[in-house]
Write a protein that binds this ligand. Structure first.
Ligand SMILES: Nc1nc2c(ncn2[C@@H]2O[C@H](COP(=O)(O)OP(=O)(O)OP(=O)(O)O)[C@@H](O)[C@H]2O)c(=O)[nH]1
Ligand SMILES: [Mg+2]
Length: 372
């Protein structure tokens, strides 16, 4: 973890290690070659797994982009449908994907076929020989970018692993007659200023667990799961009943402490072992032991009647780079990922303003607490 020099007020988590900054720069260099970018996100946390700086970079470069809600087998099916409908309402191409135990392009098939046609038409017009379309797989760490590449390649061509930071550099993989794909390292937010985002990213193992306050994210995750009614195998019935009513209002730390006591997780035989409890909750979530869960709900679709009455709706939402951190409102930030031609006029990412989520934390229900 690298502490950034910034005078902007933040909640304190900063992890833009050198390799991520470098990865962003290198990805930018490769964008010129790409025909389409597959922006991979985790279907369980579609709001928090967006990367505003990355989306801003793609938007500036006017790169054709398709959002891939990966790990859809771990997410709530109905919620994934709502997210897809929401992206569609934003004119943003998005598909749900399972990159492990799947073959071929699946739901990406028609989008890639369309790109192929466009590439060939352009080349034919220039008198050039046809070539395979070039795809770039990008996104935050551990969302399944390399797994998606392997699925598209039809064999294991890139290393994968259930922890963030497995892929360290860009790697082109060719599948002759099909496509060329660039795997890229995960790129995180420069700073994370919101406990909800931090919890979501920790739950989906997009951040390293040794670099975060485990008790905090474990408690918040347990609270969230209780609110969602997804605590099977975690909370026993009596604790669930006792806590359900006050799930949202009672301090999450108390719930975690009680959970630890119910499991017999103690420090020195007396104090609840909150770290152990948190690890237990995070592991149960990561391994899908509590069933399919989506932690972040899709924003409500704009109501035409309401918009006539001039109520702000998702179409008036700020651009992705200013995405609010809360799960519902973050999604309402909507990326501009519609198809268009490539441009070389955008400044390099180092020249753009640094996005912190500090301003966003204040908008979230409980993300405004400063932590160091
Ligand atoms: N259940 C499920 N697991 C998946 C899916 N896609 C990837 N995984 C798992 O998620 C973990 C991370 O996958 P990777 O492909 O390494 O993720 P990545 O985005 O390349 O990660 P970094 O290179 O670290 O940024 C691995 O354990 C994969 O097996 C999916 O669709 N469903
Ligand atoms: Mg990878």
């Amino acid at each position: 973890m690298e502490e950034e020099n910034s005078s902007a007020p933040t909640l304190g988590y900063s992890w833009f290690p050198g390799h991520m900054r470098k990865a962003m720069r290198q990805l930018d260099e490769h964008l010129d070659l790409a025909d389409i970018v597959l922006l991979v996100m985790d279907a369980r946390i579609p709001a928090s797994s967006r990367q505003p700086e990355l989306e801003e970079m793609l938007k500036k470069r006017q790169k054709e982009t398709i959002i891939v809600l990966n790990k859809s087998d771990l997410a709530d099916e109905a919620e994934t449908k709502r997210w897809l409908a929401w992206f569609k309402a934003q004119n943003t191409a998005a598909v749900a994907m399972r990159s492990v135990n799947g073959k071929g392009a699946g739901p990406l098939e028609s989008a890639i076929a369309q790109v192929r046609r466009k590439v060939q038409e352009k080349r034919r017009a220039k008198g050039l020989r046809p070539r395979d379309p070039r795809l770039i797989v990008a996104g935050i760490p551990n969302v399944g970018k390399s797994s998606l590449l392997n699925r598209l390649a039809g064999s294991v061509r890139a290393k994968t692993g259930a922890r963030p930071g497995v892929t360290r550099g860009n790697q082109w993989v060719g599948v002759p007659g099909c496509w060329q794909i660039l795997d890229s390292p995960g790129i995180l937010y420069p700073r994370i200023d919101n406990e909800n985002i931090l919890t979501a990213l920790a739950a989906a193992s997009c951040v390293k667990h040794d670099a975060i306050p485990l008790e905090l994210v474990g408690a918040k995750l347990l609270q969230k799961l209780l609110i969602l009614g997804k605590t099977d195998g975690l909370l026993d019935e009596s604790l669930k009943k006792a806590r359900k009513e006050t799930a949202a209002s009672a301090p999450a730390e108390e719930l975690l402490a009680e959970f630890c006591r119910s499991k017999g997780f103690y420090l020195n035989g007396q104090e609840p072992d909150l770290i152990r409890g948190s690890r237990f909750v995070l592991k149960a979530f990561a391994q899908g032991e509590i069933g399919r869960v989506t932690l972040e709900k899709a924003p409500a679709l704009p109501d035409p009647a309401a918009s006539e009455a001039k109520t702000p709706d998702a179409s008036e939402a700020p651009p992705a780079a200013a995405a609010p951190a809360d799960s519902r409102t973050a999604a309402a930030a909507g990326s501009q990922t519609s198809a268009s031609a490539s441009s070389k006029t955008a400044p390099p990412p180092t020249a753009k303003r640094r996005t912190t989520l500090a301003s966003l934390a204040s908008r979230s229900s409980d993300g405004g607490r400063r932590r160091r």
